[in-house]
Design a protein around this ligand. Structure first.
Ligand SMILES: Cc1ncc(COP(=O)(O)O)c(C=O)c1O
Length: 457
């Protein structure tokens, strides 16, 4: 007897049962491959940031969302000249496969860069990667089995959380305050995980000008964090793309500068030069470095020779430290523009931190407001931010948001804050009128209201 429902035969997928041939794309938006993906892909969902890029790139929207470095200050003539020389003088090498570990000259130059943060390293222990994002991936790939614990700050970098999710790690968040990771809380979290019999594979930390929290680990806490991890035998993954972008004084001393065996250090040219070259690196203890090179070779054969040699030529031919100084000045001016706009306009119950480097301010809304639910209204008001929930593995952060000041001009930043304040004030008024849960937009969301062009899931 037929009930009109087509059921799959044994061995047949639901798509096949409906007459669709495997390997063929249907013209619908349904995913015919849904039952064939590996289990580890189940955690792979589009991040808020990714979904936002399409909206935020519209010219009428002031995007305080993306963390794109502002490379307009780069001397394009110098870069262009260095690249033309590279093609003319070393084209056949630059356009050929290279070493899986990365170009030897660039690895030496990377050691010079890291010396600015107190690190004495040998080029043999450096692996060049496709941005530091790939370094996060490779380290996770060689260390983590499903269910292994990675300790992360609360909040943490969305791109790293995506990697940990893809490798089916369990993320345990550890609280920060205005001075970064709180050592006593870290100690307790490690003890609690170890007491539960689970294995901690590493602590993932961004000590300087944190993405997204904007805070920096206080110098006097750094030894304590190292000590806690040494005692508990927990490896540290120190992710430091913003370390040279501090607004006051000298760069902070890296954790890796005082601990060679227990720290894997990640660096990047994305924020101090340009992200389009996709060049970052990992500095790792010798044995780990060997595994990373094998993982790198299986992922990409080798990092791109052309990008590495172009960066190497730029570092050699240009006053790159002078360039970083001018980036710092530009970002400091934009930080000032954002902070003064927030101070002038934000409602009293809103809180934020004042970063002393990097790209980000972490803002917490008045009680009862939800940054994720508010995002469609903000986009309608032509301003974008990233809701705090994107930076937690466990759904926390709904009252907060990340604001980036790196890309828009100071005038646009002020205008963006003005629009955001309008949205927050309207939200507060609606809350006062309808109370929590009675907001007309949320009723819309419950009915399946979809924000224009934004994936809020
Ligand atoms: C904390 C952190 N780590 C890693 C990355 C990845 O940088 P890239 O792959 O461009 O070096 C970013 C980029 O924004 C970041 O903020």
């Amino acid at each position: 007897m037929s009930d009109g429902v087509t059921r799959p035969e044994p061995g047949q997928s639901p798509a096949q049962a409906h007459g669709q041939r495997p390997g063929r794309r249907s013209s619908t938006r349904l995913d015919n491959y849904v039952d064939r993906y590996a289990a580890r892909t189940h955690g792979m969902t589009a991040s808020e940031i990714r979904a936002l890029f399409s909206v935020a790139s519209r010219p009428e929207v002031v995007s305080l969302a993306g963390g794109m470095p502002n490379i307009s200050g780069l001397p394009l003539d110098v870069v262009g000249g260095a690249i033309a020389d590279l093609v003319r003088d070393h084209g056949p090498t630059a356009m050929q496969y290279g070493s899986g570990q990365g170009d030897p000259l660039l690895r030496e130059q990377i050691c010079d860069v890291m010396r600015l943060e107190g690190i004495e390293a040998h080029p043999d222990d450096v692996v060049v990667t496709v941005g530091s994002q790939q370094a996060v991936d490779l380290v996770t790939r060689i260390f983590c089995d499903p269910g292994d614990v990675v300790i992360c700050e609360a909040p943490s970098y969305v791109g790293a959380l995506g990697v940990f999710r893809a490798y089916e790690c369990d993320v345990v968040h550890v609280e920060m305050d205005a001075h970064g990771l709180v050592p006593s809380v870290l100690r307790e979290a490690i003890a609690a995980v170890q007491a539960s019999g689970r294995r901690i594979k590493f602590l993932y930390t961004i000590p300087n000008y944190h993405n997204p929290a904007g805070v920096t680990l206080a110098d006097e806490r750094r030894h304590e964090v190292l000590e806690i991890c040494r005692e508990a035998d927990v490896l540290i993954l120190e992710d430091n793309p913003y370390g040279l972008l501090g607004f006051e004084g000298e760069p902070h001393r890296a954790l890796r500068a005082d601990e060679a065996d227990g720290v894997i250090y990640l660096g990047s040219f994305s924020k101090t030069f340009a992200p389009g070259f996709r060049v970052g690196w990992a500095l790792a203890p010798h044995a780990v470095r060997e595994k990373l090179v094998l993982a790198q070779e299986s992922a990409t054969l080798c990092p791109p020779s052309f990008s590495q040699m172009a960066i190497s030529a730029y570092l050699k031919a240009h006053d790159w430290q002078g360039q970083v100084k001018s980036f710092r000045e530009m970002y400091r001016e934009r930080r000032d523009a954002m902070i003064s706009a927030l101070e002038d306009m934000m409602p009293a119950a809103t809180r934020w931190n004042v970063p002393d480097g990097g790209f980000y301010v972490w803002l917490t809304l008045p009680d009862g407001l939800d940054a994720k639910a508010m995002l469609p209204r903000a986009v309608t008001a032509r301003v974008a931010y990233v809701p705090g929930t994107a930076f937690f593995a466990d759904g926390f952060g709904s009252q907060s948001m990340r604001l980036s000041y790196c890309y828009p001009t100071p005038e646009r930043i002020r205008e963006g804050v003005r629009r955001l304040v309008g949205v927050i004030e309207e939200e507060m008024e609606l809350r006062a009128t309808f109370g929590a849960g009675g907001h007309p937009f949320e009723r819309g969301l419950e009915r399946g209201y979809e924000a224009p062009n934004t994936d809020l899931n």
